[in-house]
Design a protein around this ligand. Structure first.
Ligand SMILES: CC(C)(COP(=O)(O)OP(=O)(O)OC[C@H]1O[C@@H](n2cnc3c(N)ncnc32)[C@H](O)[C@@H]1OP(=O)(O)O)[C@@H](O)C(=O)NCCC(=O)NCCS
Length: 140
């Protein structure tokens, strides 16, 4: 973590975040209304996460840390910033099932599809039907 800065991204850094997503082959993109967090080393993006405002809730999406920097606490630190930003707003995420404990650490609980808002439910169902081993989680 030495020399690594984690903070909210400036809009001027969004292109760099998109390039980072390309580099790590994340299939999604930056949501134009999202609050974006970045981890930077030497001013280069090495990790990111987005909080996307939706109707009545927030979605946590696009959480990625560059492979060579994984397992050093950067993802956990990004989540600390996410928690501060969220305060008590309800938030949903659709993580890989093996990351259940990682998101549980900051208060996400696994829920059934029926417990999610309709668009979250649809997204979750789509991912599952594509064979992706994801779960649905909520933090209130
Ligand atoms: C998941 C991810 C964001 C975590 O970031 P990170 O900087 O590596 O995370 P940290 O070093 O802060 O914490 C590591 C924790 O992540 C969890 N974790 C990460 N990879 C894991 C894996 N393959 N299996 C199980 N747990 C895993 C563990 O809980 C681990 O805790 P531990 O070190 O006490 O065992 C990062 O590994 C990543 O970008 N992975 C590839 C993309 C991805 O899966 N994104 C999330 C989509 S839901």
């Amino acid at each position: 973590m030495k020399g690594i800065v984690i903070r909210k991204a400036d809009p001027g850094e969004y292109d760099a975040v998109e390039r980072f997503y390309g580099k790590v082959k994340y299939p999604g993109s930056l949501n134009s209304t999202a609050t974006v967090f970045v981890a930077l080393e030497d001013q280069q993006v090495i990790g990111t996460a987005q909080l996307c405002p939706e109707a009545g809730y927030v979605a946590l999406r696009g959480m990625q840390v560059e492979p060579t920097f994984q397992g050093q606490g950067i993802g956990s630190k990004l989540l600390e910033h996410v928690v501060i930003e969220l305060a008590n707003q309800p938030c949903y995420c659709i993580p890989w099932s093996h990351l259940q404990a990682f998101y549980h650490r900051i208060g996400f609980e696994e829920i059934t599809a029926q417990e999610g808002p309709v668009d979250v439910r649809e997204r979750y169902t789509r991912y599952r039907s594509q064979g992706l081993n994801v779960i649905l989680m909520r933090r209130v």
